[in-house]
Design a protein around this ligand. Structure first.
Ligand SMILES: O=C(O)CCC(=O)C(=O)O
Ligand SMILES: [Fe+2]
Length: 568
């Protein structure tokens, strides 16, 4: 049977539920697997649903309506089935007469008044009842009713692929126990949801497509295990085994290529999945993932923070910080303070700000209790209708943006003139930071969805861009200067995951509803502060909303003293 995706060699699910997986299996001829490069060429869709909890909420509500409707439908189908069965039971009495040919049929059936009567009755009553039946069983009615409920967008194939990738990312980032996870236990939050062997096969396949070969092996192993336990197996273990073989081969080949590239020398940058990498340190055909993990956990690698560390530590630190590890030295930690801030503005003498230092030099400051619950609810309601998929800045000009898997969230922007709470926040940011809001950007409100994250990045727009790229930036944008500082409000707590982490500093913070985190992106000497690389860890359980206020360099000359000191 021809694979649906044979023309593009891109493996894609066909339709939701079982059909998706049926097509997976049909397309499971191993040489039809897409390469990583092919996968990466595909930009995620702009109008997906899984990257914002607010939109996911709507979909859940739509699904509740569909489920209610389908419950009626099931009732109607069951009634109808009973009618059909009773009709067939009646009809089968004809068969009981044991007529061997047409001639006997005419004689025994047609000629029998009682049979005739019954036949007439079946048409007039039984079949008529079946034809008329419940309106829910009318195909057009069914279509239009579900179509009405579906008038807001509901998940499609691309959403399913994105959601599977998000699951894979959550498992990968936090190294969650896969068996717990598939049983619906999400990092200590039990639930009735669970994944089938077929679901795991799908996530494994998605991991594979994204080059996460080691993790793909783990998902396929889980799929195989579940397929062996399921009463009516959702997938054949032999099919899973084929996928497992494919992933093991891909993993081990890549490992060998890597060893060849370093002339067999151990490559220190070689991060295992436990540290955010995608390959184990040894071939998984020789040492299964579980064994390798066990060994790694008993001899964890050392961490390095600061600019002296090689770049790959950023990835490792991002992952371990997301998991809640603290990387600051005891000495650095002992110097951090909490205090009530009364400086910058007379207002703060009346209402001091609860301030917590997360890092000194560069300063990362956590501020508490800046917004009330009421203001927060107002802000979320304001932002929700206009949320659209967040993008990242392109290399070829600070004004070019594109949608990427490195940032899965949705956002919308608000000016002071749009809303009084937004205007109040701008004034609050001015008071708290002592900076001019002259060139400050609109408030960006962002909502993360399933596994929503923003991988490590700098907030600056223009640093590292070539003159040609800068020439493409609109004059007006350049005039405000770069993003000298960030104040990011947290509009929610997050039950699990969703921390903001600074891999080069070794610090992170969990969202605190109503609080904010503040840092400078540019040093007093005008250079970019390379230490404030930061990222948002995937949300595991709960929802995450933030509001960013980016402050530009324009008009800060009398607000923040310049310095010629290369260190400042
Ligand atoms: O959500 C977070 O924790 C960080 C978001 C961020 O860094 C950004 O939006 O630029
Ligand atoms: Fe950022």
């Amino acid at each position: 049977m021809a694979c649906q995706t044979s023309n593009s060699r891109k493996w894609q699910p066909n339709i939701l539920s079982t059909f998706v997986f049926a097509s997976v299996i049909l397309c499971g001829i191993l040489d039809k697997c897409p390469t990583l490069a092919q996968q990466n060429q595909q930009a995620p869709p702009a109008d997906d649903l899984f990257s914002s909890a607010a939109h996911l909420h709507k979909v859940f509500l739509a699904e509740r309506n569909i489920a209610e409707f389908l419950k009626h439908y099931v009732g109607a189908v069951e009634t109808k089935l009973a009618q059909v069965k009773s009709y067939l039971a009646e009809y089968n009495r004809l068969a009981d007469e044991g007529v061997a040919n047409d001639e006997q049929f005419v004689e025994k059936i047609v000629g029998n008044p009682i049979h005739t009567f019954k036949m007439v009755k079946r048409f007039a009553v039984d079949l008529s009842a079946i034809w008329k039946s419940h309106p829910a069983l009318d195909h057009l009615y069914l279509e239009s009713e579900i179509g009405r409920i579906r008038s807001t967008r509901v998940p499609e194939e691309t959403d399913l692929a994105g959601a599977a990738y998000s699951l894979a990312r959550v498992h990968h980032t936090y190294n969650l126990n896969l068996t717990d996870f598939t049983q619906g236990n999400v990092w200590g939050f039990p639930s009735k949801a669970g994944l089938t062997a077929l679901d795991c096969l799908y996530v494994g396949r998605t991991s594979y497509d994204h080059g996460m070969h080691a993790r793909a092996v783990e998902w396929f192993e889980e799929s195989y295990r579940l397929a062996g336990l399921e009463r009516n197996a959702t997938v054949d273990q032999n099919v899973v085994l084929q996928y497992w073989n494919m992933a093991v081969r891909a993993h081990d080949d890549q490992l060998a290529q890597r060893a060849a590239a370093t002339n067999g020398q151990p490559d220190v940058s070689f991060l295992s999945p436990l540290e955010g990498g995608h390959l184990y340190l040894e071939p998984v055909s020789q040492k299964p993932p579980a064994e390798q993990q066990q060994r790694e956990l008993s001899a964890p690698r050392k961490h390095c923070v600061g600019l002296k560390c090689q770049g790959w530590y950023d990835e490792m630190n991002y992952h371990v910080l997301c998991r809640g590890k603290q990387l600051l030295s005891d000495k650095a930690l002992s110097k951090l303070k909490c205090y009530l801030e009364t400086k910058n503005h007379p207002f703060h003498v009346l209402k001091p700000t609860k301030t917590e230092e997360l890092h000194r030099n560069p300063d990362i400051i956590l501020l508490h209790d800046l917004l009330s619950d009421r203001e927060i609810e107002h802000l979320k309601a304001l932002a929700e209708p206009s949320l659209s998929r967040s993008s990242v800045t392109g290399d070829y000009g600070a004004h070019t943006t594109y949608i990427s898997d490195v940032r899965t969230s949705k956002n919308s922007w608000f000016d002071d003139s749009d809303d009084p709470v937004v205007a109040k926040m701008t004034k609050q940011v001015a008071r708290l930071t002592g900076l001019s809001m002259e060139g400050a950007e609109k408030l960006q409100m962002a909502n993360y969805g399933l596994g929503g994250h923003f991988h490590s990045h700098y907030d600056t727009l223009f640093y590292g861009k070539t003159p040609e790229a800068l020439a493409l930036v609109p004059e007006e944008n350049l005039r405000y200067g770069d993003r000298t500082a960030t104040l990011m409000y947290y509009l929610t707590d997050v039950a699990r995951g969703g921390a903001t982490v600074f891999p080069k500093l070794g610090v992170g913070t969990w969202p605190r509803k109503g609080g904010a985190v503040f840092w400078h992106n540019i040093k007093k000497n005008g250079e970019q502060e390379r230490l404030v690389l930061h990222g948002a860890c995937p949300v595991v359980h709960g929802t995450k909303w933030v509001a960013n206020k980016w402050i530009r360099t324009k008009d800060q000359v009398f607000k923040r003293r310049c310095s010629l000191d290369p260190a400042q």
